[in-house]
Design a protein around this ligand. Structure first.
Ligand code: APR
Length: 187
């Protein structure tokens, strides 16, 4: 019996802070003390208790992940991961970015998280080309789902039409060119 993997993945456009899942993933920096981009919006939406809990974690190395509560967010948890800075982390960047997704999924399973949403990690301030990053994100996730049935839904939440199109185009090829009945973009 083959485990369904592709069917558990969804591509969506919108604001990840609004997504009602067990955990949303934050594209953080090693301090875990907040920042701009999706990091800033998650902290703003979750409230100051999130920062208090993050302070107790003592930071997070690139490629690793840490979990906190979600506080005022619809999501029950936030999984904070630190992506590579494109061009700085050199040839390790693909491996480090893949580790962000793998370690976040492993942490999700360890904490009973069944539904999880990812932003396009490193594709903003950290400058990772989304065409390369989306392949790493989707391929790493599919590989993980081959050996795990506890995760029932992985949503990639994109914040721009361009990123959404790039993810959808690649995901379409994975599905054999069959148009994906992806969620309509959030209003
Ligand atoms: N929902 C979903 N995606 C979002 C949101 C949002 N509310 N806001 C931004 N994004 C998208 C960006 O468009 C980009 O595609 O998240 C992706 C990641 O961009 P950044 O947030 O800039 O994260 P990253 O490139 O990983 O850089 C991390 O930025 O905010 C700081 O503290 C953070 O230093 C760290 C660095």
């Amino acid at each position: 019996m083959t485990i369904d993997t592709v069917g558990r993945i969804q591509i969506r456009m919108g604001d990840i802070t609004q997504v009602d899942v067990d955990a949303i993933v934050n594209a953080a920096n090693p301090s875990l003390l907040g920042g701009e981009g999706v990091d800033g919006m998650i902290h703003w939406a979750a409230g100051e208790e999130l920062l208090e809990e993050c302070r107790s974690l003592g930071g997070c190395p690139t490629g690793e992940a840490r979990i906190t509560r979600g506080y005022k967010l619809p999501a029950r948890h936030v999984i904070h991961t630190v992506g590579p800075v494109y061009g700085i982390d050199g040839e390790n960047s693909p491996q480090l970015l893949s580790s962000c997704y793998k370690n976040s999924l492993e942490l999700a399973v360890e904490n009973g998280v069944a539904t999880i949403a990812f932003p396009a990690i490193s594709c903003g301030i950290y400058g990772y080309p989304v065409e390369k990053a989306c392949r790493i994100a989707i391929d790493t996730t599919l590989e993980f789902l081959k050996n795990d049935e506890s995760i029932t839904r992985v949503i990639f939440v994109l914040y721009s039409c361009r990123h959404y199109d790039v993810y959808m185009d690649y995901f379409d090829t994975i599905k054999g060119g069959i148009p994906v009945d992806a969620e309509a973009p959030d209003t």
